[in-house]
Design a protein around this ligand. Structure first.
Ligand code: PAF
Length: 281
């Protein structure tokens, strides 16, 4: 497995792969790899001859009060896991390498961002779209892999790829869960013991809603109310949002119809957890 930290090294390596006509799968991450990331790598390996992993905690997508400094990092462990998973090349640039100066050009995302996490994380998706634009241009992959845990991110990236004509296929990968249903996330380490125990209620509330919808419930307020009640009853977390929106457009709907997302965000003492299900009726 090759490890590179500079754009020039990366460009050279990518040229080599392109000359050999290899298909490239790209898994962008912020590191502190967990099973969710390893599944993205596994999927990328199935579809491509070469798998590139980027590890970069992108300051542009963190707000001033968010956890950029304390975001968990463990480069050595990440490299060991990536090697075991069969990654061909890791790109782990420094902040200075990606942003040598204060950026003068950034991507401004106007659609699909003023709802769900975008509502309380102003500028977050501009940061995500900007760093991905840079990474896509450097790597020029055939396919890029993203977890559906961040379904809004998948919707925004789908829009980015389509509007900027990136010749890249986006591959959304189903959320990987702990045994009790909690969606795997690097931020789960911030939960205390009690909160970790309670946190599975998020997914259970989504599953209950899915059953109700499969049994014919179409009233959005009713679905949202039940999810809220279950989370309030079973956790000490504070609900940030419970939303039902069309997917991937992320528009409000009057009744449940077509493809949609049911998404929740709950704040615990030191972690804000998100989860969702997408369905089509
Ligand atoms: O999902 C993430 O880890 C990040 O938002 C991404 C896609 C790597 C961009 O920094």
């Amino acid at each position: 497995m090759k490890k590179v930290e500079t754009k020039n090294e990366l460009i050279n390596e990518m040229m080599r792969f392109k000359q050999q006509n290899k298909s490239i799968g790209f898994v962008p991450t912020m590191g502190f790899l967990h099973e969710g990331h390893l599944t993205l790598i596994e999927e990328a390996k199935k579809d491509n001859q070469i798998v590139i992993l980027s590890i970069f905690v992108n300051p542009l997508q963190f707000g001033p009060t968010e956890d950029f400094d304390s975001y968990p990092r463990d480069k050595k462990r990440d490299e060991e896991l990536a090697l075991k998973a069969g990654v061909d090349l890791i790109f782990s640039p420094s902040v200075e390498e990606m942003y040598p100066t204060e950026p003068s050009y950034t991507v401004n995302v106007r659609d699909r961002v003023n709802v769900l996490c975008g509502k309380s994380r102003e500028g977050h998706f501009n940061g995500v779209a900007t760093v991905l634009t840079k990474l896509f241009n450097l790597i020029r992959p055939n396919k890029a892999y993203f977890g559906m845990k961040d379904a809004q991110q998948v919707a925004v990236i789908e829009g980015l790829i389509s509007e900027f004509h990136f010749p890249i296929e986006i591959v959304p990968v189903a959320t990987i869960r702990e045994e009790d249903g909690l969606a795997k996330s690097s931020r789960n380490v911030y939960l205390n013991e009690l909160e970790r125990h309670q946190a599975s209620a998020l997914y259970r509330s989504l599953l209950k809603a899915r059953d109700d919808i499969n049994n014919g419930e179409r009233n959005i307020d009713q679905i949202k109310k039940q999810v809220q009640q279950m989370i309030m009853k079973e956790t000490t977390g504070k609900i940030d949002y419970v939303e039902v929106l069309s997917y991937p457009e992320l528009k409000e709907m009057k009744v449940i119809k077509g493809k949609f997302i049911l998404a929740v965000a709950v704040k615990f003492t030191n972690a804000r957890l998100i989860d969702n299900i997408t369905m089509e009726v």
